[in-house]
Design a binder for this molecule. Structure first.
Ligand code: PHE
Ligand code: ZN
Length: 849
């Protein structure tokens, strides 16, 4: 084990930077292994800070010279930066450093990817480019000159001038260094234009490697829709003459909102019907919107420090979810988001990595780009809106934008605009930001005379470093249904503020069925015991689409839990209810497809753990197989009808309507495959002309154990398309039988197309192993060992992606002692690696604690 753990930084220690930065001039002389960066920076003492020598961050830089006001200086250089005595007045700092983009495999700072130069500066990558106060509260105006032989030379802001082998950019909007970007490459573009509400003409480009230009049209349309939506819904206009998006193959995350120059993981922007699934299209549309929306929530108003990350991320996720709801189906989007929230955030919040939406300390900020900061952060915005109402939300946002434009703001600033607009005291609401953990909401009911009483009790289990949890304000959206299924009380929001609290409803003629937490109005776990018949009733009658889906999900889950823990047979009530639901053509096909999906293996493990069992991954897998087979029999007449009825004849479009139809038809294909051994899937594979159909068919063939020929054909067809080959890697791992998963994954890591240097490929292979629940948690321990071994290989190459993938182990204490021993061995083996990164050390240490 490591002895010296890296030191954390604390929110409470925040102090402003000693200096203000008025302007920054950067010159880049690009060369693959020896790039020169010349900086000229105007500093002046910060009147709001205590005077101090100038401390600049810098990592892995070779300082060639430095000057202050034209005079050479010799700063004190250490591993993390430099310190220099400076005049007690405004001064100009100049320096030249050398960096090596080609050797940069961590993909932070300036790096090379497929022959192009690219930067990634959030959170602390700028310090790998030049010496600078690399913190978000230091904002400045950047002018950038790029010298390089590439045909396309891009940076933030507006183009100023260019010539043979150089280009100059100026960004008039003050920004922190993490929003700096530079791209240089022999790229081609997909151009377009947008005119803003006030008449600004904006040039739009999506820049890609030659050969990918045919995959830009959808992203461009999504961008224009996002620009129009932010004007209509939030009154936010774009503020530069040009907006560039660049696609890059090697990228740690999804995409990055650099001012005027968004950089995207190619998997999150490139799309075509032949190579992208409907789900890919939906995700690309959401990420384009997300990055664009950051222009206001993140860039114009940024974060004072990295503890405030949720200020930009929670809000921007919330905004992109609103956008998707408006573009597509709001109920379907809500259900998808709650599935993802539970799968990722609840899992995190109930394990060793639990942390508040606004953490109070961190070792490595890269480890806090989490489901909690992003997705739970977005849930908090949604709750706030529910509590204050739509109209007050709109006024609060207007005030936020006008009051804080140009600021590096805090959660306190954010809550204050809501307090000022509504006169409410939000100090209790703030606990949602400061306390980790998922509240459990217990409910009891009482019905007497015509009075119906609901009593709620909230309780949040302890999380690391936070044993006590005071009660939070919880908005509980409630409806009541009468015995015949009519809604007798339309949705109203109960505001729970106490640890235990009752709400009374008079004039209720007979005992109602409550529909609690409609629309998933708060990120809590509702523990109310409910009968299967009540769940079937809600699935049939609830007017709230989320709770309708939720009832079906709970019915499926409880049936599966009984199968797993008691050896019960598949629940007839569930099978009947699912048949009724699936054949109800008045229901949106996308909704029906979601209602046909079963809880994931990891969800079931989470539920079992919650109920005090140690989950047996193989038993979970077996129960799901049994239930799927039983469903296939139950729906054997319906499935072929659905399959035929929901074939899309029109030319492919990735819209909500067509993708809903395809989702339902493919759900039907899943049922059919269970009985026909894959004949229908083979037919679909053979005639598929879009990736949604082709991939679903291939998955079914693998499932049926007859995927070999199709896999080979698929590889042959797509071997030149990296993004499709990622799917080829992951599908094989995801569909591997539990006892074969580690072997199949290992064999794939020996495939010539596998490389740990490309994060997408690594995730497609080893990340997929972590998602194959019964395979990863196989009793042999082979899954744990293989992942840990590859994380040891990846860490020296790319610490950020390594650390993120450690979350595969965050649930290790749920399982039996034998598995725990094997998981601990694997983690300790990883921790033992010489020179293990700070990123991975922090993650493994927290997981083991
Ligand atoms: N800020 C990016 C987003 O949410 C995510 C990101 C973080 C990308 C860190 C790269 C590095 O849109
Ligand atoms: Zn974001």
């Amino acid at each position: 084990m490591k002895d010296a753990s890296p030191a954390p930084v604390y929110l409470k220690d925040y102090t402003p930077f000693s200096h203000l930065v008025d302007e920054v001039h950067l010159t880049f002389q690009l060369e693959p292994a020896k790039t020169r960066v010349i900086s000229r920076i105007r500093f002046r003492p910060n009147p709001d800070a205590t005077a101090a020598p100038l401390r600049l961050d810098g990592e892995g830089l070779v300082l060639l010279w430095a000057k202050i006001d034209g005079n050479p200086v010799t700063p004190e250089v250490d591993e993390a930066g430099l310190t220099c005595t400076v005049p007690d007045a405004p001064f100009t700092w100049e320096a030249e450093v050398e960096i090596n983009p080609e050797a940069n495999t961590a993909l932070e700072g300036l790096y090379r990817s497929s022959g192009m130069y690219c930067t990634q500066c959030e959170a602390q990558g700028f310090r790998k480019i030049t010496y600078y106060p690399d913190r978000p509260d230091v904002m400045s105006i950047f002018t950038v000159r790029i010298e390089g032989e590439e045909s396309v030379l891009l940076s933030n802001g507006n183009p100023v001038a260019s010539g043979d082998g150089w280009a100059e950019w100026h960004d008039p909007w003050p920004k922190p260094a993490y929003l700096f970007a530079l791209v240089a490459g022999n790229l081609v573009n997909h151009p377009d234009r947008f005119t803003t509400a006030s008449g600004r003409e904006v040039e739009l480009n999506i820049w890609v490697r030659p050969g990918d230009e045919g995959k830009c049209a959808f992203g461009m349309e999504a961008l224009k829709r996002s620009m129009a939506w932010d004007e209509e819904v939030y009154g936010r206009e774009y503020d530069l003459d040009i907006f560039n998006i660049v696609a890059v193959d090697d990228f740690n995350m999804g995409a990055m909102e650099n001012k005027g120059l968004n950089i995207f993981n190619s998997s999150c922007v490139l799309a075509s019907p032949e190579t992208s699934t409907d789900a890919n299209f939906e995700r690309i549309e959401a990420i384009i919107a997300h990055e664009y929306f950051h222009n206001w929530t993140g860039n114009r108003i940024t974060c004072r420090d990295w503890f405030q990350l949720c200020l930009k991320e929670g809000l921007t996720v919330y905004r992109d979810a609103q956008f998707t709801s408006d573009m597509r189906s709001a109920p379907v989007k809500r259900i998808e988001d709650v599935i993802a929230l539970r799968a990722r955030q609840f899992r995190e919040d109930n394990g060793p990595l639990a942390h508040p939406v606004r953490p109070a300390s961190f070792v490595e900020i890269n480890n806090f780009y989490t489901a909690t900061v992003y997705e739970k952060g977005a849930e908090l915005i949604g709750m706030l809106k529910t509590l204050v109402g739509d109209e007050a939300y709109a006024r609060a946002l207007d005030l936020y934008f006008s009051r804080h434009d140009g600021d590096a703001a805090t959660i306190e600033d954010w809550l204050k605009v809501f307090e000022d607009v509504t006169g409410r005291d939000l100090s209790q609401f703030k606990r949602w930001y400061e306390h980790a953990g998922t509240p459990r909401l217990h409910v009891t009911e009482d019905y007497e005379g015509d009075r119906y009483t609901l009593t709620f009790r909230q309780e949040t289990p302890p999380t690391p470093g936070q044993p006590e949890k005071p009660p939070r304000v919880i908005p509980i959206a409630l409806g009541l249904l009468g015995p015949n299924g009519d809604e007798i009380l339309p949705t109203q929001v109960l505001e729970m503020t106490e640890a235990e609290q009752s709400f009374t409803f008079d004039g209720i003629p007979s005992r109602p069925t409550p529909s609690i937490l409609r629309g998933f109005s708060a990120p809590v776990i509702l523990t109310r015991p409910s009968s299967n018949s009540e769940r079937a009733f809600l699935l049939a009658h609830d007017t709230d689409p989320f709770n309708k889906w939720e009832a079906g999900r709970a019915l499926a889950r409880d049936g599966l839990l009984s199968m797993i823990t008691k050896g019960a047979a598949p629940d007839d009530l569930y099978l009947d209810a699912v048949l009724t639901m699936a054949r109800d053509d008045s229901l949106d096909p996308a909704f029906r497809a979601l209602a046909l999906a079963l809880p994931s293996q990891d969800d079931l493990a989470q539920s079992l753990h919650e109920a005090g069992h140690s989950p047996d991954p193989q038993a979970i897998w077996d129960a799901l197989e049994t239930l799927r087979q039983a469903r296939a029999h139950k729906l054997q007449d319906l499935a072929p009808r659905l399959y035929a009825q929901y074939q899309v004849e029109a030319p492919y479009a990735p819209d909500a309507e067509q993708s809903g139809a395809r989702a339902l038809a493919n759900a039907a294909l899943g049922l059919i495959t269970r009985l026909d051994g894959g004949a229908q899937a083979q037919a679909q594979f053979d005639r598929a002309d879009n990736m949604t159909q082709q991939l679903a068919a291939l998955a079914n063939l693998l499932q049926a154990g007859r995927g070999e020929t199709a896999l080979a054909a698929f590889y042959d067809q797509w071997k030149d398309d990296r993004l499709v080959i990622d799917k080829w890697f992951s599908l094989q791992v995801l569909h591997a039988a539990p006892d074969r998963a580690a072997d199949i994954t290992r064999a794939l890591t020996e495939h010539p197309d596998f490389t740990p240097r490309n994060p997408n490929r690594f995730r497609a292979t080893l990340g997929a192993l972590a998602q194959n629940h019964a395979g990863f948690h196989h009793a042999s321990g082979a899954g744990y060992a293989l992942l840990a071994q590859w994380l040891k290989t990846l860490d020296p190459i790319n610490p950020q992606t390594t650390a993120r993938m450690c979350t595969a182990f965050e649930t290790w204490t749920r399982y039996d002692a034998a598995r725990q021993d094997k998981a601990r061995d694997a983690l300790e083996d990883l921790l033992d690696l010489d020179g293990l990164s700070r990123d991975t050390t922090e993650m493994v240490t927290r997981i083991l604690e």
